[in-house]
Design a protein around this ligand. Sequence first.
Ligand code: SF4
Length: 274
Amino acid sequence: MEVYSHSRLSTFEQCKLKFKFRYIDKIIPDIEKTIESHLGNSVHKTLEWLYKNVKQNRIPEIDEVVSNYAKNWKEDFEEDIPIVRRDMNVSDYFNKGIKFLVNYYLNHKPFDDNTIEVEKEILINLDGKGEYKIRGFIDRLSYNLKTGEYEVHDYKTSNNLPSQEKIDNDRQLALYSIAIKEIFGEDKKVILVWHYLSFNKKIHSRRTDEQLKKLKTETLNLIKEIESTASFTPTKSALCNWCEYKPICPAWGNKPPARQLTLEEYYKIKEKKS
Ligand code: SF4
């Protein structure tokens, strides 16, 4: 059985060479994250903590939320984290996170939209036989008692606000709605909700059963394409500036390392020796 993730599929679509570095060669880059991903993770962790408290009938004060965010930021921060944008520094990114959380808090308090789970792990059976699965994590799942809909919430910290058309074609949350229907019943209604924190804006979308069926087929076809690919050519784009493999990418005149041992291989050899 092969388990894929949305980010694995997206990486292949973005750049086949990056896909090879990350998922086939399993090269561990010198620097694994960017300041943007660090900001995103710190904000996500804080919202997870907030809703875990809410589920236990305690609403943290706003300053507790900010303190929790500062703790998360500090815990995972690495001094050599790259900052691509020249007009921004570490404090700017840190303060952005505070702004996102304060706005979110003021808009959503008392957080009474009936949250069922946070960071919910889901496994989607794509082919009905269990040979191809997609694993994902839903930021937050709630059940709207008024509309009878399951709500799949996703927090975004990026600076780009997508069009409604793009949102209506988004693969990730649509796949998650397949999982919700598999868990709670095919007849259940699901609404997808994106929280674009940078814009203090919520965007919604729904999928029909026909659209979900089509999506399953398309995703399965993409996986088959990945598995039959033998040529992993680089695709240069603006996103390369945020690619953790740029320092070893031949498309940028850099030298890929001689084949390195992955951690997995290293531990296997170690196990054999002991
Ligand atoms: S730097 Fe660009 S071209 Fe090179 S692997 Fe990364 S995404 Fe691909």
